[in-house]
Design a protein. Structure first.
Length: 254
Protein backbone atom coordinates (compact mmCIF):
# COMPACT_ATOMS: atom_id res chain seq x y z
CA UNK A 1 0.00 0.00 0.00
CA UNK A 2 2.79 2.41 0.99
CA UNK A 3 4.74 1.40 -2.12
CA UNK A 4 1.78 2.20 -4.39
CA UNK A 5 1.33 5.54 -2.64
CA UNK A 6 4.98 6.46 -3.23
CA UNK A 7 4.73 5.54 -6.90
CA UNK A 8 1.63 7.72 -7.29
CA UNK A 9 3.38 10.67 -5.61
CA UNK A 10 6.42 10.22 -7.85
CA UNK A 11 4.28 10.25 -11.01
CA UNK A 12 2.51 13.42 -9.85
CA UNK A 13 5.85 15.13 -9.15
CA UNK A 14 7.22 14.20 -12.57
CA UNK A 15 4.08 15.47 -14.31
CA UNK A 16 4.28 18.73 -12.35
CA UNK A 17 7.91 19.28 -13.34
CA UNK A 18 7.15 18.58 -17.01
CA UNK A 19 4.24 21.02 -16.96
CA UNK A 20 6.40 23.76 -15.44
CA UNK A 21 9.09 23.22 -18.03
CA UNK A 22 6.50 23.52 -20.79
CA UNK A 23 5.09 26.76 -19.36
CA UNK A 24 8.58 28.18 -18.96
CA UNK A 25 9.48 27.32 -22.53
CA UNK A 26 6.43 29.19 -23.82
CA UNK A 27 6.36 32.20 -21.50
CA UNK A 28 10.08 32.87 -21.47
CA UNK A 29 11.00 32.17 -25.05
CA UNK A 30 12.11 35.77 -25.63
CA UNK A 31 14.10 35.82 -22.39
CA UNK A 32 15.98 32.73 -23.50
CA UNK A 33 16.77 34.30 -26.85
CA UNK A 34 18.39 37.23 -25.04
CA UNK A 35 20.15 35.10 -22.43
CA UNK A 36 23.97 35.27 -22.30
CA UNK A 37 23.94 31.63 -21.24
CA UNK A 38 22.62 30.60 -24.65
CA UNK A 39 24.66 33.19 -26.53
CA UNK A 40 27.17 30.77 -28.01
CA UNK A 41 24.39 28.54 -29.33
CA UNK A 42 22.17 31.28 -30.76
CA UNK A 43 24.93 33.51 -32.16
CA UNK A 44 27.56 30.99 -33.24
CA UNK A 45 27.48 32.18 -36.86
CA UNK A 46 28.34 35.72 -35.76
CA UNK A 47 31.41 34.40 -33.95
CA UNK A 48 32.79 32.95 -37.15
CA UNK A 49 32.35 36.19 -39.10
CA UNK A 50 34.57 38.29 -36.85
CA UNK A 51 37.93 36.62 -37.43
CA UNK A 52 39.87 39.86 -37.95
CA UNK A 53 39.10 42.66 -35.54
CA UNK A 54 41.26 45.49 -34.30
CA UNK A 55 41.32 48.65 -32.24
CA UNK A 56 43.48 51.46 -33.64
CA UNK A 57 45.15 48.91 -35.94
CA UNK A 58 46.12 46.73 -32.98
CA UNK A 59 44.64 43.29 -33.63
CA UNK A 60 42.52 41.33 -31.21
CA UNK A 61 43.85 37.78 -30.72
CA UNK A 62 40.54 36.23 -31.76
CA UNK A 63 42.12 32.81 -32.19
CA UNK A 64 42.12 32.71 -28.41
CA UNK A 65 38.79 31.13 -27.43
CA UNK A 66 38.23 33.42 -24.43
CA UNK A 67 38.92 36.57 -26.43
CA UNK A 68 36.70 35.39 -29.27
CA UNK A 69 33.85 34.61 -26.89
CA UNK A 70 34.09 37.97 -25.13
CA UNK A 71 34.19 40.10 -28.28
CA UNK A 72 31.39 38.10 -29.90
CA UNK A 73 29.22 38.51 -26.82
CA UNK A 74 29.91 42.25 -26.66
CA UNK A 75 28.97 42.71 -30.33
CA UNK A 76 25.79 40.71 -29.81
CA UNK A 77 24.91 42.68 -26.67
CA UNK A 78 25.24 46.04 -28.42
CA UNK A 79 23.40 45.02 -31.59
CA UNK A 80 20.58 42.73 -30.38
CA UNK A 81 18.10 45.60 -29.96
CA UNK A 82 17.59 47.49 -33.22
CA UNK A 83 16.37 50.64 -31.46
CA UNK A 84 19.55 50.81 -29.39
CA UNK A 85 21.76 50.30 -32.44
CA UNK A 86 19.86 52.96 -34.39
CA UNK A 87 20.27 55.46 -31.54
CA UNK A 88 24.02 54.83 -31.45
CA UNK A 89 24.23 55.30 -35.20
CA UNK A 90 22.23 58.54 -35.04
CA UNK A 91 24.49 60.00 -32.34
CA UNK A 92 27.57 58.92 -34.27
CA UNK A 93 26.34 60.60 -37.45
CA UNK A 94 25.78 63.82 -35.51
CA UNK A 95 29.00 64.00 -33.48
CA UNK A 96 31.72 62.10 -35.33
CA UNK A 97 32.11 64.92 -37.89
CA UNK A 98 32.83 67.23 -34.95
CA UNK A 99 35.34 65.17 -32.97
CA UNK A 100 37.15 63.17 -35.66
CA UNK A 101 39.01 66.18 -37.14
CA UNK A 102 40.19 67.09 -33.62
CA UNK A 103 41.47 63.55 -33.08
CA UNK A 104 43.37 63.84 -36.36
CA UNK A 105 44.91 67.17 -35.32
CA UNK A 106 46.44 65.54 -32.28
CA UNK A 107 47.50 62.33 -34.01
CA UNK A 108 44.98 60.18 -32.16
CA UNK A 109 43.66 57.11 -34.06
CA UNK A 110 40.12 57.55 -35.28
CA UNK A 111 38.89 54.53 -33.31
CA UNK A 112 39.01 56.67 -30.16
CA UNK A 113 35.86 58.39 -31.41
CA UNK A 114 33.97 55.45 -29.94
CA UNK A 115 34.98 56.34 -26.37
CA UNK A 116 32.40 59.13 -25.89
CA UNK A 117 29.80 56.95 -27.59
CA UNK A 118 30.48 54.25 -25.02
CA UNK A 119 31.00 56.57 -22.05
CA UNK A 120 27.99 58.84 -22.48
CA UNK A 121 26.18 58.08 -25.72
CA UNK A 122 27.25 61.64 -26.69
CA UNK A 123 24.91 63.11 -24.07
CA UNK A 124 26.95 66.18 -23.17
CA UNK A 125 25.06 66.76 -19.91
CA UNK A 126 25.60 63.17 -18.77
CA UNK A 127 26.88 62.89 -15.19
CA UNK A 128 27.99 59.82 -13.29
CA UNK A 129 27.31 59.19 -9.59
CA UNK A 130 31.05 59.62 -8.96
CA UNK A 131 31.13 63.10 -10.51
CA UNK A 132 32.31 62.49 -14.09
CA UNK A 133 30.59 64.71 -16.65
CA UNK A 134 30.34 65.50 -20.35
CA UNK A 135 30.63 63.27 -23.39
CA UNK A 136 34.15 62.16 -22.39
CA UNK A 137 33.11 61.68 -18.74
CA UNK A 138 35.98 63.65 -17.20
CA UNK A 139 36.35 63.77 -13.43
CA UNK A 140 36.81 67.37 -12.18
CA UNK A 141 40.47 66.96 -11.24
CA UNK A 142 41.46 65.32 -14.52
CA UNK A 143 39.52 67.95 -16.48
CA UNK A 144 41.42 70.78 -14.80
CA UNK A 145 44.72 68.98 -15.35
CA UNK A 146 44.13 69.06 -19.11
CA UNK A 147 42.98 72.64 -19.38
CA UNK A 148 39.24 72.59 -18.75
CA UNK A 149 37.63 75.07 -16.37
CA UNK A 150 35.43 73.42 -13.77
CA UNK A 151 33.84 75.33 -10.92
CA UNK A 152 32.54 78.80 -10.05
CA UNK A 153 29.51 78.29 -12.25
CA UNK A 154 31.51 77.05 -15.25
CA UNK A 155 32.00 73.52 -16.49
CA UNK A 156 33.87 73.12 -19.77
CA UNK A 157 33.50 69.36 -19.59
CA UNK A 158 30.08 70.01 -21.14
CA UNK A 159 31.68 71.71 -24.16
CA UNK A 160 32.15 68.82 -26.57
CA UNK A 161 34.92 70.40 -28.63
CA UNK A 162 36.95 71.63 -25.67
CA UNK A 163 36.48 68.32 -23.87
CA UNK A 164 37.67 66.46 -26.98
CA UNK A 165 40.85 68.54 -27.07
CA UNK A 166 41.46 67.74 -23.39
CA UNK A 167 40.80 64.05 -24.07
CA UNK A 168 43.33 64.07 -26.92
CA UNK A 169 46.01 65.51 -24.63
CA UNK A 170 45.24 62.88 -22.00
CA UNK A 171 45.22 60.00 -24.48
CA UNK A 172 48.55 61.11 -25.99
CA UNK A 173 50.13 61.00 -22.53
CA UNK A 174 48.70 57.53 -21.93
CA UNK A 175 50.08 56.29 -25.23
CA UNK A 176 53.50 57.75 -24.41
CA UNK A 177 53.38 55.82 -21.13
CA UNK A 178 52.24 52.44 -22.49
CA UNK A 179 53.30 52.56 -26.16
CA UNK A 180 49.98 50.87 -27.01
CA UNK A 181 46.72 52.42 -28.13
CA UNK A 182 44.79 49.50 -26.67
CA UNK A 183 46.38 50.01 -23.25
CA UNK A 184 45.85 53.76 -23.56
CA UNK A 185 42.13 53.19 -24.13
CA UNK A 186 41.92 50.79 -21.19
CA UNK A 187 43.83 53.24 -18.99
CA UNK A 188 41.39 55.98 -19.98
CA UNK A 189 38.77 53.90 -18.22
CA UNK A 190 40.71 52.23 -15.41
CA UNK A 191 43.50 54.70 -14.76
CA UNK A 192 47.21 54.50 -15.41
CA UNK A 193 48.23 53.02 -12.01
CA UNK A 194 45.79 50.12 -12.39
CA UNK A 195 47.10 49.25 -15.84
CA UNK A 196 50.72 49.45 -14.73
CA UNK A 197 49.96 47.12 -11.84
CA UNK A 198 48.27 44.62 -14.19
CA UNK A 199 51.27 44.33 -16.51
CA UNK A 200 53.48 41.35 -15.74
CA UNK A 201 55.81 38.88 -17.43
CA UNK A 202 53.03 36.37 -18.03
CA UNK A 203 50.71 38.68 -20.03
CA UNK A 204 53.57 40.60 -21.65
CA UNK A 205 51.65 43.86 -21.45
CA UNK A 206 48.90 42.50 -23.70
CA UNK A 207 45.55 43.92 -22.57
CA UNK A 208 43.63 40.85 -23.71
CA UNK A 209 45.54 38.56 -21.35
CA UNK A 210 45.46 40.81 -18.29
CA UNK A 211 43.46 40.22 -15.11
CA UNK A 212 41.40 43.41 -14.68
CA UNK A 213 38.12 44.37 -13.06
CA UNK A 214 35.01 43.63 -15.11
CA UNK A 215 34.49 47.18 -16.45
CA UNK A 216 38.08 47.80 -17.55
CA UNK A 217 38.50 44.20 -18.67
CA UNK A 218 35.57 44.59 -21.10
CA UNK A 219 36.26 48.21 -22.08
CA UNK A 220 38.19 47.65 -25.32
CA UNK A 221 35.87 44.80 -26.28
CA UNK A 222 32.95 47.21 -25.93
CA UNK A 223 34.74 49.84 -28.02
CA UNK A 224 35.30 47.32 -30.80
CA UNK A 225 31.66 46.25 -30.52
CA UNK A 226 30.57 49.88 -30.90
CA UNK A 227 32.77 50.07 -33.97
CA UNK A 228 31.11 47.01 -35.48
CA UNK A 229 27.57 48.22 -34.76
CA UNK A 230 28.05 51.82 -35.91
CA UNK A 231 30.10 51.00 -39.00
CA UNK A 232 27.11 49.23 -40.54
CA UNK A 233 25.72 52.67 -41.27
CA UNK A 234 28.72 54.89 -40.68
CA UNK A 235 30.41 53.59 -43.84
CA UNK A 236 28.52 56.38 -45.59
CA UNK A 237 30.83 59.34 -46.04
CA UNK A 238 30.39 62.46 -43.96
CA UNK A 239 31.88 65.94 -44.27
CA UNK A 240 33.92 67.11 -41.26
CA UNK A 241 32.58 70.33 -39.76
CA UNK A 242 35.86 71.62 -38.35
CA UNK A 243 38.36 69.87 -40.57
CA UNK A 244 40.40 73.01 -41.29
CA UNK A 245 40.62 74.30 -37.74
CA UNK A 246 43.82 74.27 -35.71
CA UNK A 247 43.51 73.27 -32.04
CA UNK A 248 43.58 76.88 -30.78
CA UNK A 249 40.70 77.80 -33.06
CA UNK A 250 38.64 74.90 -31.77
CA UNK A 251 38.69 76.40 -28.28
CA UNK A 252 36.66 79.38 -29.48
CA UNK A 253 33.56 77.23 -30.00
CA UNK A 254 30.87 77.29 -27.32
Amino acid sequence: MIKNHLITCSVICVLFIISRLFVFSVDHKEDLKNSPVLFNVLESKKVEKNEELNFADENLPVKNAKVKRKISYSIWKHSRYSSQAEELQAQAAKWFPVIVPILHMYGIPEDFKYIPLLESGFEKHARSPRGAAGVWQFMPGTARQYGLKVGHGKDERLNTRKATIAACKYIKELYAEFNSWTLAAAAYNGGSPRMQKAINRKNGGNYFYMHLNRETGMYVYNLVAMKQVVDKVEEKAYTPLVANLVPADSLSFN
